[in-house]
Design a protein around this ligand. Structure first.
Ligand code: ADP
Length: 826
C-alpha cells in the first residue's frame, strides 16, 4: 500500500466516524448544544433545532443566552464564564430546570445538563436540553385533580350533550355514587330528575341548556337532585358556562346539599315525632295511621292514604286512611270509600305510578291528570293537588303514601320530598325490625309449644309406665302382705326383688317427671307452716330399714329438741330430706353413720344438716354435683341411681325459698345442709290441720259398717288389683264397670256408697262421667275418688276443684288405698 493510499484510507475512516458521530448526535432524543465560554454556539443537533425552532446555521449566529435568558439573570455582562465561576447556578454534571425560549417567543420548561471539555486550553461546554413540559403538565394536572376533589362542594362538568364529563368525589358521594359511575351518564335523567316537574311549575326551560345558550352564570336555590337510591337531596347550585376560544364547551355546576340548612326545625320536629310514633307502636297499622296523621298535620296535607303492596306483589291495597277533622263532606267520605275499596296495579293511578317509578310523584292539578281513575270523586271532593311517595324496606318498595290537598299548589317544596322519602325509609326499616321481632316471638312460641309437647309427652309416658307398674308393685305387695301364706321363702325373696325393682322404676319415673316439671317451670309448691321435728322423725323412720340393711346408723338430734315450725311444701320437703338421707346411706361405708341435726340462723332460718361418714365427693366433681344426670363415677358402681336426685332437690329447696349447699372431704364424708325459712307461727298453727279436700269432703260420708264401692276402670289388671285389696278388707264390697257409660248405669242401679273413678277411660273420660253423675239426682251425693296415673299437680288441682273427694295416683299403693277407703267406712 502506498503512502497516499494509506492517507486516503485514514481520511475515509475519519469521515465515516464523523458521519456516525453526526448521526448519533442528531438522533439523540435530547437537544445537544456545544458552546464556548462566551456563549457562542458551535453545535446544534436536530433535536435542538426542533426544540428551539432555529436551524443549526441560525443557531451559530445567536448566543446561548437568548435560548435560556433566565440562566443569566443577575450576571451583569451575561458572560457564561462568570456563571461557571460563581458556582451558584450551575455545576458541571448537575441538572438545572429553566424556562427556555423558542424562536417564536414562546417558552417551554427545559432541563439542562452541562459538561465541559477543553480545546487547546480553552474551556467549552456541551449542554443537553430536555423538554419537560409534558411532565410538568401531568404534575399540574394531578394537582388540579387533587384540588378538584378537595373542594367542599360538589362539582359537575356537563358537556353540550348533557352528559357528565367530570364530577369530583365529594359531588359523587353526595349523590351516593362513585365518580366513575357517573362519568358519561346523562345529567338530566340520572341526577336532575325533577326537570319535568320544575318545568311544569316554572314554565322555564331547562336551566342547564339555558346557561349553555346564554353563557350567563346562574345561582339556583332549592332544587332537587336524585341520588343513587332513588331519594332526593335538596340542593343549592351555581352554574357557570365553560367557554374556550369563543366556543361553548359545557357547564360547570357547583352544588351543595342544603337539607340541613333549610326547614331544619320542621324536619327535626317531624323526625322526632316519627321516632315517638315508632317507639310507642302497637301494630304496623297503628303506626301507619299515626304517621299519616302526623305528616298531614305538620306538612299541611288534608287527606292521606297508605297503600300496601300485597304478598304476591300484584296489587296495592289501601291499608290506612286519614283526613283533617274539618273535612266532613259526603264527597270526601266517598273519595275515601272509593280509595278503600279500590286496588291498583303497577303503573295504575298515582299509587301505581309511584310503585313503578320507585320515586315520588307529584300532581299539581288532578283535573288535568291522566291516569287518575279516581278523578271524578277527587274533583267532587274538591281535591286539587296530590303527592305520592314510596316506602322502602331495604331496596324493595313495600308501600306508597298518598296525600291530597284542596288548595291548588304550584310547587312542591323540595324539602318535603326529601323529608317524606326519608320518613318512608324510616318506616320501612321499622317494618323490617318489627318482622324480625315477630319472627322471634313466633320462634319463642314454637319453643314454648315444643316444651309443652315435651312435658305432655313425659307426663303421657309416665302415665303409660305407671299403669303396668301399678300391677307389678300392687300384686307383689299383695303377695308379700297376704295373710294366708302362699309363697315359700325363696319365692318371697323373688317377689321382694320384683317389688324393689318396681319401686325403683317408679322412683325413676317420678324423678324424671319432677325434673321435666321443674325445667318447664310447671312445678308448683304449696307453702304452709310445717312441724319440722315431726316430719324429720317420720322420714327417719321411713328410711331406717334401708339404713339397717346397709349397716348404717341413723343418728337423729332433732327428736326431743324444741319444736320448730318452718314454711315449706310438706310433700316436697319430705322428698328433699329423703333424698339427702338416702344419699348419705347410699354413698357410705358399711358401719358408717348419717347424722341429722339443725341450727337456728338469725331467727329467720333453720339450717338442717345431713352429715355422713361416707366416701365424700372428689373435688373435681363438686361443682357438677347439682347438674342433672351427673353421677361422678357412681354410674360404674353397684350403687343405684340416676343422677337426677340432687338437681331436683336443689330446685325444690329454692322453690320453697330455701338454699342448699354442702361440704365434703374425700374418704371422710359429706355434709349437705339446707336453710329453710322459719314460720312466725305458734304451735297451735301447726297442730290444727289445714283444711284440705280430704277433711272437708269426708263429712259427706256417713258412718257405715259396710260400704259398697263401685270402681269404674278399663284396665283389667288395675281392676283385679283393687278387687284383691278390697277382698282383704272387712266390710267392703266391690262392683266394677269397664267404661263410663256402663259405669253410669251401674251407679244409677246400685247406688254405691263410694265410687273409684279412673280418669283415662275410653270414649267418655272420667271427668265427663263425674259431671254426669253429679247431674243425676240419685248419684249426685255419692263421694267420688279420682284414680289416675297423672300425678301432675294441675291434674290433682283440677280434680279437687271439680269436686272429687280424693285423688289416688297410680301405681296404687295398697296402704294408701286402704287408708282412704277406711276413711269413708269409718
Ligand atoms: P344419684 O344418687 O341418683 O346418682 P344424685 O343427684 O342424688 O343422684 O347425686 C348425684 C351424685 O352425687 C351421685 O351419683 C354421687 O356421685 C354424688 N353424691 C350425692 N350425695 C353424696 C354423698 N352424700 N356422698 C358422696 N357422694 C354423693
Amino acid at each position: 500500500m502506498t503512502i497516499s493510499n494509506q492517507v486516503c484510507e485514514e481520511e475515509y475512516k475519519f469521515a465515516k466516524a464523523e458521519a456516525h458521530f453526526a448521526a448519533a448526535i442528531d438522533n439523540s432524543s435530547d437537544g445537544l448544544i456545544t458552546i464556548d465560554q462566551a456563549g457562542n454556539i458551535f453545535l446544534f443537533n436536530a433535536t435542538a433545532e426542533k426544540l428551539f425552532g432555529y436551524s443549526a446555521s441560525e443557531a451559530t449566529k445567536i448566543n446561548f443566552k437568548e435560548l435560556t435568558p433566565e440562566l443569566f439573570k443577575g450576571f451583569h455582562n451575561g458572560h457564561i464564564k462568570n456563571i461557571w465561576d460563581s458556582q451558584q447556578k450551575i455545576k458541571i454534571g448537575s441538572t438545572i430546570e429553566v424556562e427556555a425560549f423558542h424562536k417564536n417567543k414562546t417558552t417551554f420548561p427545559a432541563l439542562l445538563k452541562f459538561s465541559e471539555f477543553w480545546i487547546e486550553k480553552e474551556r467549552h461546554f456541551s449542554v443537553t436540553v430536555k423538554n419537560i413540559s409534558e411532565k410538568k403538565l401531568t404534575e399540574a394536572h394531578k394537582f388540579h385533580e387533587i384540588a378538584f376533589d378537595h373542594v367542599k362542594e360538589g362539582i359537575l362538568v356537563i358537556d353540550l350533550e348533557g352528559k357528565i364529563s367530570l364530577i369530583n368525589s365529594i359531588g359523587a358521594s353526595l349523590l351516593g355514587y362513585t365518580a366513575e359511575e357517573l362519568k358519561g351518564k346523562s345529567f338530566y335523567s340520572t341526577i336532575y330528575h325533577l326537570k319535568t316537574i320544575t318545568n311544569r311549575f316554572t314554565g322555564k326551560d331547562n336551566i342547564v341548556l339555558e346557561t349553555i345558550k346564554d353563557g350567563i352564570e346562574k345561582t339556583v336555590n332549592d332544587q332537587i337532585f336524585l341520588n343513587k337510591y332513588g331519594s332526593f337531596i335538596s340542593v343549592d347550585f351555581k352554574l357557570s358556562p365553560v367557554v374556550s376560544d369563543n366556543k361553548n364547551l359545557g357547564v360547570v355546576i357547583a352544588f351543595k346539599n342544603n337539607e340541613l340548612l333549610v326547614g331544619s326545625s320542621l324536619r327535626t320536629r317531624v323526625f322526632f315525632e316519627m321516632s315517638k310514633i315508632i317507639s310507642q307502636s302497637l301494630s304496623w297499622e297503628n303506626t301507619i295511621n299515626q304517621t299519616l296523621q302526623m305528616i298531614g298535620k305538620n306538612l299541611q296535607w288534608e287527606l292521606a292514604n297508605y297503600w300496601e303492596i300485597d304478598s304476591q306483589k300484584t296489587t296495592l291495597k289501601c291499608l290506612e286512611q286519614w283526613k283533617a277533622p274539618y273535612l266532613k263532606s259526603e264527597a270526601i267520605s266517598n273519595f275515601q270509600k272509593i280509595s278503600r275499596n279500590k286496588t291498583f296495579a303497577k303503573l295504575e293511578g298515582l299509587p301505581g305510578e309511584v310503585w313503578d317509578k320507585g320515586q315520588p310523584v307529584w300532581i299539581s292539578d288532578i283535573l288535568n291528570r291522566q291516569n287518575f281513575p279516581r278523578e271524578p270523586f277527587a274533583i267532587k271532593a274538591g281535591l286539587h293537588s296530590g303527592f305520592g311517595s314510596p316506602v322502602y324496606e331495604g331496596d324493595q318498595i313495600i308501600g306508597v303514601f298518598e296525600f291530597f290537598t284542596s288548595t291548588p299548589q304550584e310547587h312542591l317544596d323540595a324539602n318535603q320530598v326529601s323529608l317524606l322519602v326519608g320518613l318512608g325509609g324510616q318506616l320501612g326499616q321499622f317494618k323490617k325490625r318489627m318482622e324480625s321481632e315477630t319472627d322471634l316471638i313466633v320462634a319463642k312460641e314454637q319453643a314454648i309449644k315444643a316444651d309443652n309437647y315435651k312435658s305432655e309427652f313425659l307426663s303421657q309416658m309416665s302415665h303409660e309406665l305407671r299403669t303396668p307398674l301399678n300391677a307389678i308393685i300392687g300384686f307383689s305387695q299383695i303377695l308379700m302382705q297376704s295373710k294366708r301364706p302362699v309363697l315359700d321363702k325363696k319365692h318371697v325373696s323373688d317377689v321382694s326383688l320384683i317389688l324393689e325393682s318396681g319401686k325403683h322404676l317408679l322412683r325413676l319415673i317420678n324423678e324424671i317427671l319432677d325434673l321435666s316439671k321443674i325445667e318447664s317451670g310447671k312445678m308448683e309448691v304449696s307453702i304452709e307452716p310445717i312441724n319440722l321435728n315431726k316430719l324429720l322423725t317420720e322420714t327417719m323412720a321411713f328410711i331406717r330399714p334401708m339404713a339397717q340393711k346397709a349397716n348404717i346408723t341413723l343418728i337423729d338430734f332433732m327428736s326431743g329438741s324444741e319444736e320448730i315450725t318452718i314454711l315449706a311444701d310438706e310433700f316436697r320437703l319430705r322428698q328433699v330430706i329423703l333424698n339427702l338421707i338416702a344419699n348419705g346411706v347410699k354413698y357410705n361405708k358399711s358401719g358408717g353413720s348419717v347424722t341429722l341435726n339443725h341450727e337456728i340462723l338469725n331467727n329467720h332460718y333453720v339450717r338442717i344438716n345431713v352429715q355422713d361418714t361416707g366416701y365424700g365427693i372428689p373435688e373435681g366433681f363438686q361443682n357438677k354435683i347439682f347438674n342433672p344426670f351427673e353421677r361422678g363415677g357412681a354410674e360404674f358402681s353397684q350403687i343405684e341411681g340416676t343422677g337426677i336426685g340432687l338437681s331436683v332437690t336443689k330446685k325444690l329447696v329454692e322453690l320453697m325459698r330455701g338454699k342448699i349447699s354442702f361440704n365434703s372431704v374425700e374418704n371422710k364424708g359429706s355434709c349437705f345442709y339446707f336453710d329453710m325459712p322459719l314460720a312466725a307461727s305458734s304451735k297451735q298453727d301447726i297442730n290444727t290441720p289445714h283444711p284440705s279436700i280430704k277433711e272437708s269432703k269426708t263429712k259427706q260420708v256417713g258412718n257405715k259398717i259396710n260400704i259398697d264401692i263401685l270402681y269404674i276402670e278399663d284396665n283389667v289388671r288395675n281392676l283385679e288389683l283393687v278387687k284383691r285389696i278390697i277382698e282383704e278388707q272387712k266390710g267392703m264390697k266391690l262392683v266394677s264397670a269397664e267404661d263410663g257409660i256402663s259405669g253410669l248405669e251401674t251407679a244409677k242401679k246400685n247406688l254405691p256408697d263410694l265410687i273409684l273413678l279412673d280418669i283415662h277411660l275410653p270414649k267418655m273420660n272420667g271427668f265427663e262421667v263425674f259431671l254426669q253423675l253429679k247431674e243425676i239426682e240419685s248419684t249426685k251425693n255419692i263421694p267420688i275418688i279420682a284414680v289416675s296415673a297423672n300425678a301432675r299437680d294441675e291434674d290433682i288441682k283440677k280434680a279437687s276443684e271439680m269436686g272429687f273427694v280424693d285423688y289416688l295416683t297410680k301405681p296404687l299403693s295398697v296402704n294408701a288405698l286402704v287408708e282412704v277407703l277406711n276413711k269413708y267406712k269409718a
